[in-house]
Ligand binder design. Structure first.
Ligand code: SAM
Length: 210
């Protein structure tokens, strides 16, 4: 009897030893499917994304309500045009347009772009107040915008500093969400933790850059 239990246990051990291999194969198949799905997604849904260098790619994450309010506090009293670099579902663009800024969202994800445009249409917001452009902002001349909002990723901030410094007009203000610019002096900040945002005046940045 004892012998037969030993045999059963040994048999189970042998089966058990084979299982990790099975699950290894399964995870390889699942991994392959996920990579394939992601490739299809980037090929068809985000065609613009393929052309953005990997280290500059930023995924979608919407601003929270508090973060949006913090951005608006730092834009109070501002006039002119605003660009939101990577506008997602358009929430910063809509909020800025309600402050009276002529707001443009640049977005390469066509699903988000269609959603933002539909929302603008649904709310009856005319395009001269809020508009959405299907364009890679890295390849866009930003010299007409005297207000810029960004909610991107830490890895792109240094590159973005150079682009904005080269292109923005004197008097421009930049608001950065969650991730501050590494070398710029901020002129104000609102909120804390994940909702913290910083304001930068390009004149002050230029003064220290020269
Ligand atoms: C973190 S989300 C922020 C969305 C929105 N600004 C907000 O605060 O809710 C960043 C967005 O930038 C977009 N994006 C990333 N790289 C871009 C690029 N080079 N040109 C245009 N949009 C880009 C992404 O598709 C994503 O929707």
């Amino acid at each position: 009897m004892e012998d037969s239990i030993d045999v059963i246990l040994q048999d189970q051990n042998t089966k058990f030893l084979h299982r990790p291999q099975d699950s290894h194969h399964l995870s390889m198949v699942l991994g392959g499917l996920l990579v394939g799905f992601y490739r299809l997604w980037t090929m068809f849904v985000q065609p613009g994304f393929r052309k953005v260098p990997i280290k500059l790619q930023v995924p979608y994450l919407p601003s929270s309500t508090i973060q949006t309010q913090n951005v608006m506090k730092l834009l109070e009293g501002r006039k002119g045009c605003l660009a939101d670099l990577g506008s997602g579902d358009g929430r910063l663009v809509f909020a800025a347009s309600s402050l009276g800024l002529q707001s443009t969202g640049f977005e390469i994800n066509s699903i988000l772009l269609t959603y933002a445009r539909s929302k603008a249409w649904w709310k009856g917001i005319p395009t001269y107040k809020a508009t959405f452009v299907n364009k890679d902002f890295w390849k866009t001349d930003l010299s007409r915008y005297n207000n810029v909002t960004v909610f991107l990723a830490p890895g792109v901030m240094e590159v973005l500093e150079k682009k904005l410094l080269a292109e923005l007009p004197d008097g421009a203000r930049v608001i950065s969400c969650r991730f501050p610019f590494p070398h710029w002096p901020s002129v104000g900040t609102e909120g804390a933790g994940l909702d913290q945002v910083w304001a930068y005046d390009i004149n002050a940045v230029r003064r220290i850059a020269t």
